[in-house]
Design a protein around this ligand. Structure first.
Ligand SMILES: [Zn+2]
Length: 396
């Protein structure tokens, strides 16, 4: 998300609308609406459930896999994974239905939750997994810089998770990388054409630029300016390179191709959970995730809650809006139920792991609260008569 630009285009004159079918708002970056007030994500969902010929798509998948399936037991496909429901589903089905030999590549989160770690260990019993824990001190510093400067605690993790599976594919000469869903198509629906199933290097670079401008090097530069890193840090610390995408030369010499599984098979997160619970030993959390009603999605990182809370401060929608929209589109709940869930849980303050997260970033509560106000988007928030912050526009 291009935070600064996204905030600057928001002003009181911009009309804020909510989707007629789900609970998405027009403040969601990159999301468009048609003339009837329906978001493009819902339009794609109609196409997904009613129009796409999934048998034909599966044939495309088979054609691709047949070309690359290993005959000697060597890993032939990488599945970027956190041990959660989506990668569990993709890796398991590739192995057991399509006869591939997947290697899951997992870039460790900032702070594992207990349930996230247990799920990853259960996943490892079924699927060969390469877990990389980048230097904790470096990762903590990068997370703090990204948090203070961009209000996005996840930036460093996202760089690593995007880049590292590609590097492993090159290192071990593995021909395919299979990601889960194409988020642009499934959740932003910025364009209804799906660009085919391929996740090209150019697309990944564009994605990084949209979200985070210039990648990890920007964070390092800021860190040097703030004297968090010394000037020679980049030269001496090759670990930073693990956060960078491979060069075009490296990628094209290796010929590894990357795809989204959601192009080939209908992507329904709820069903992925049931599949992974049955086949990969995945468990849901004992309590619902803060800020939403679900307890089975994205459970592995204690920093998650802060990330989604900041999305709420910047764009006025939290994790519950995204989860409810998804469940409405897939027919699990009605829009009315979705609206009520948003009212109940969206933007809930991230208390559960706050202490751990602050310790991780070496930050105190006062500093945290200051950053909260720095990123609260004043175009969409106002103080009510009780002097409490309130969103100007709420879904109805
Ligand atoms: Zn919608």
């Amino acid at each position: 998300m291009k935070i600064k630009n996204s905030l600057s285009v928001l002003n009181k004159k911009k009309k804020i609308i909510f989707c007629k079918k789900c609970v998405n708002s027009s403040l969601r970056p990159r999301l468009k609406f048609d003339k009837n007030g329906v978001c493009y994500s819902c339009l794609y969902s109609i196409k997904k459930h009613q129009k796409i010929n999934w048998k034909k798509r599966e044939q495309e998948l088979l054609y691709l896999l047949d070309k690359h399936r290993s005959k000697n037991g060597k890993h032939d496909i990488i599945v970027p994974s956190s041990g959660g429901k989506d990668s569990g589903y993709v890796a398991h089905i590739l192995k057991h239905k399509y006869g591939m030999n997947p290697l899951a590549v997992s870039w460790a989160p900032g702070l594992y939750t207990k349930i996230g770690w247990l799920n990853l260990m259960a996943f490892c019993k079924k699927i060969d997994t390469f877990i990389y824990v980048p230097n904790r001190e470096l990762h903590s510093k990068l997370s703090r810089i990204a948090f203070e400067e961009f209000g996005d605690i996840f930036q460093p993790w996202q760089y690593g998770m995007e880049a590292y599976p590609q590097k492993i594919a090159i290192k071990f000469n593995i021909p395919l990388v299979m990601y889960g869903e194409n988020q642009w198509v499934e959740y932003s629906g910025g364009h209804l054409d799906e660009e085919g199933g391929e996740n090209t290097l150019i697309r990944r670079k564009l994605n990084q630029n949209l979200r985070v401008k210039s990648g990890v090097d920007k964070l390092i530069q800021i860190g040097i300016k703030k004297k968090i890193f010394n000037k020679n840090y980049l030269k001496k610390n090759m670990l930073v390179d693990d956060y960078r995408l491979p060069s075009e030369n490296e990628a094209s010499a290796n010929k590894t191709k990357s795809y989204f599984f959601s192009y080939f098979k209908k992507w329904i997160p709820h069903q992925n959970y049931y599949y992974a619970a049955e086949n990969c030993g995945l468990n849901c959390d004992i309590e619902r995730t803060e800020g939403t009603f679900t307890k089975y999605a994205s459970l592995d990182d204690k920093l998650d809650e802060i990330y989604y809370y900041f999305q709420y401060l910047k764009f006025g929608f939290g994790r519950c809006t995204s989860d409810a929209s998804c469940e409405i589109r897939d027919g699990y709940i009605s829009r009315k139920e979705g609206v009520n869930l948003v009212k109940l849980y969206d933007g809930e303050f991230p208390l559960r792991y706050l202490k751990d997260s602050l310790e991780y970033m070496k930050m105190n509560r006062k500093q945290f609260d200051k950053i909260v106000e720095k990123f609260r988007n004043k175009y969409i928030w106002k103080k009510n008569k009780f002097k409490k912050w309130e969103l100007r526009h709420k879904v109805k």
